[in-house]
Design a protein around this ligand. Sequence first.
Ligand SMILES: Cc1cc2nc3c(=O)[nH]c(=O)nc-3n(C[C@H](O)[C@H](O)[C@H](O)COP(=O)(O)OP(=O)(O)OC[C@H]3O[C@@H](n4cnc5c(N)ncnc54)[C@H](O)[C@@H]3O)c2cc1C
Length: 796
Amino acid sequence: MKTTTRVVVIGGGVVGASVLYHLTKLGWSDVMLLERSELTSGSTWHAAGGFHTLNGDTNMAALQGYTIKLYKELEEITGMSCGLHHVGGVTLADNQDRFDMLVAERAKHRYMGLETEIVGPEEIAKIAPVTNLDGIIGGLYDPLDGHLDPSGTTHAYAKAARMGGAEIVTYCMVTATIQRTDGTWDVVTDKGTIHTENIVNAGGLWAREVAAMAGIYAPLHPMEHQYIVTDDVPEIVERDSEHPHVMDPAGESYLRQEGKGLCIGFYEQPCRPWAVDGTPWNFGHELLPDDFDKITDSIEFAYKRFPALERAGVKSVVHGPFTFAPDGNPLVGPIPGLQGYWSACGVMAGFSQGGGVGLMLAQWMVEGECERDVTAMDVARFGDWITPGYTRPKVIENYQKRFSIAYPNEELPAARPHRMTPMYDIFSQHGAVWGHQYGLEVPNYFAQADEPTFEDPSFRRSNAFEAVAREVKSLRENVGITEVHNFGKYRIKGANVRAWLNRIMAGRIPKIGRISLTPMLSPKGKLMGDFTVSCLDENTFVLTASYGAQAQHMRWFLQHQESGVSIENISDKMNGFSIAGPKSRELLKLCTRNDADMRFLDVRQMTIGQVACTVNRVSYTGDLGYEIYCDPMDQRALWTTLWTAGQPMGLSLFGMRAIMSLRLDRFFGSWMREFSPDYTAAETGMDRFIKWDKDFIGKAAAEAETPARQLVTFEVDALDADVTAYEPIFIDGEVLGFCTSGGYSHHTGKSIAFGLIPKEHAKEGLNVEIEILGDLRPATLITQPIFDADGSRLRG
Ligand SMILES: Cc1cc2nc3c(=O)[nH]c(=O)nc-3n(C[C@H](O)[C@H](O)[C@H](O)COP(=O)(O)OP(=O)(O)OC[C@H]3O[C@@H](n4cnc5c(N)ncnc54)[C@H](O)[C@@H]3O)c2cc1C
C-alpha cells in the first residue's frame, strides 16, 4: 500500500468506485480507494439494481442518462459484465395531475434529446401486460430504463480504475482523517497512515461517521427499504422477451422481472429511518429482518395493480438501509471552507446516478469546475443551519414522497418552521402563507379575509392567484412592503478590497455611495453569481445575491481570498425591508430627517425612525423602490415606523409570489432560472454589465465566446397555466430552445416566458410555440419591457 497519493477515496461502494474510475479517466492515476471490507459492503450489494433517467432536475436527469450509457463503455473497457437488462419502463398515471406531471417531464425530455414517450392505456397493455389498467389514464415510457448486477458493475468500475493506474486497498478501515497545517491530509487506517492532498468521502451508509472524523456534519440519513422477489409467475414464464419495469406512483411501487418471477419494491408511508444515532461499524453483510407489517397496505394495492403477484409465492425478501439527503439528491463537491475535502455521498440511486456523480466530482477536482450546473447535487446547497434534527424528518418526507407528484408551487411541510426572522409572528398575524428557502421561512403571500390560507399545489394557476393580483395592484398603485431577509449578503472589508472585487467580479465596482450590478464568472466563463455591490466607504463593500447560494458563494470567495481582504457572510446579520411603488419615496421621507432624495443606484446611511439603516435605491419589483437594511435586533422597531407611517397612503404587504410576478414586467432574470452556471454572460445578456478594460476571472473565456443562443422574452397566449421552467420552444415546428422560467404578470395581464433560443432567431416578433402541459401555446418574442419601458418609474 502506498503512503502518499493525490486522492484517497474512502468507501468501495458503487459511488466510490465510480469516482475513482472517473479520476483516472480524466488523467489522475496517482489515486487510491480504501474499503474497510470487500467492495460493495454497504448499501451496494443488496440494491435492486434498477436505473432510470426520470428526475425533476434536468441536469440530474441528464447525468442519469450519462450513467446509463456509461455501462456499455465499462463493459467494453474491462471485458466484464455489468449484467445489463435494457428492458425499458413505464411510469403510470392514474389521475390528471399525475398525467400532467408526466407530460411536463416528456416536454423537458424533448430538448434534452431523451426518447421518452407518452403512452395510453392500450399501449401500456401491450408494453406491460402484467398491469391491471383500471383507472390508468396514461403513462410515460422510457426505453432507457433497466436494471443491472450491482456487484458486477461496482467491480467493473474498480477494474477500469485499476487499469487507469488507481490502487484499491480492501480490508483497510479508515479510523481518522487529520488535516495538516498546509491543508493536506493524513488518512489514518488500520494498515498505516496515508498522506494525501484530497479526501473523498464516499462512505455511503457510514458517510456521517466518516465526515465526523473531519469535524463535518453530512446531512443525510439511512432509511430502511424492502423489495420482494417472487417464485416463477406463469405470465412471465410464457413470455419470450423480458417484461419491462413498471413504476406505479399510486402504489408507491416499482416492479420488474427477476428470473421468471417478479421483483417489487415499495416506498411505503409507514417508513422507518435506520441507525438514527449512527451506523454500526459491524454492519455490512447482513440484511434487516423482513417486515411485512409496514408494507401491508402497499402489498394489497400491488395485488390489485399486478394481480399475478397475488398468485405467486415469495421467493426472497431483501430489506436493507440506504442513505438520503433532505431533498433526495446526492451530496457532491468540495466542503465549503475545508481545503482538499470532497463529498460523494447521500446517493440514494447509485445505479442511476453513480456515473454522473463520479464524472462531476472528477471534473471539479481535476478541472476546477463541472461541465454543467450541479447545484441540485452540490453539498453546499445546505448551509451550516442544517442539523440532524432537521435532516431526519426531511428525509422521511422525501422517502414518502419519492413517487408523489412534484408541483412547481408546492411547499413541503416537514421540519418547518426551522429558521425565522423577528418578523415571523407579526407577518403570521398579517396572514402570511409561508414558503421556505435554504431553511428560512419566507412569506409567499399574505392572505386577507376570504383568501386561501393554504395554496393548493398545482401545475396551473393556483388558488392564490387573486391574492397575489391584489398585492401587485396595491404596490403598483401605492406602495408595498416586504422583508429583505432572503438575500445572501456579504461584508467585504480591507485595504485591498477594491482590487480584489475588480478581479473576482466581471463588472464595474462602484464609487463610494453608489451601487453596481455585476456578474461573477468562472474561469470557463460560466455564471457563478449575479451580484449587487454597494460601496459604503473605500474599504467597505456590501454584496447581495441569492440567499440559497450562500455556501456556494462563500466557498468561492474563500477559495479566492487574498491578504488585505476580510469576507464575512452577514446574510442573517443584516435584515430589513423592501418598500416599492410610486409612493415609496414619500413613505421614506416621512420616516427620516435625513436627505432621502436618492438617485437610482445610490446607497446611503440613514436613521429611519430610531433605527440606523443602510438604504439602497434599487428594487427587484422594477418600480421606484428602496431596500432598507438594519441589524435584526432593530427590525421590529423599523417595522413599526414604516408600517405606521405607511397606513394613510395604503401601504400593503407583498410576498415572494408577487415579487416573481412583478419582476416579469421589466424582464428581470432570477438566479438559478435565467442565470446559472449552465449559462454564460453573453448568452443571458449579463455581458452588458461586464467592464472589459480590466482583468477579472473568466475574462479570456468571455472574450473568446461567440454565443450560439440568447436569452429572450415571450408573451405567451396561455390558458390557465403559465411557463414554470424547461418547457420546450418550437420554432417552425422544431424544438430549438427551452424556457428558463416564466409566469403571469398580474400588472399587465400577460403570460410571460423567458427562454434560450438560437441567436439567429432572436428577433422582435418571432412567433413560436411553447409546450405547456402538453398544449402547444402560441408565443411572440418581445424586446420592450411591458411596464415602465423607458425606466422613468424605476430610475425616476
Ligand atoms: C433494498 C435496497 C434496494 C435498492 N435498490 C436500488 C435500485 O434499484 N437502484 C439504485 O440505483 N439504487 C438502489 N438502492 C440504493 C443503492 O444501494 C445506493 O444508492 C448505493 O449502493 C450507494 O452506494 P455508495 O457507494 O454511496 O454507498 P455504500 O454502498 O454504502 O458504500 C460505502 C462503502 O464505504 C465503506 N466504508 C465506510 N466507511 C469506511 C471507512 N471508515 N473505511 C473504509 N471504508 C469505509 C463501506 O464498507 C462501504 O463498502 C437500493 C438500496 C436498498 C437498500
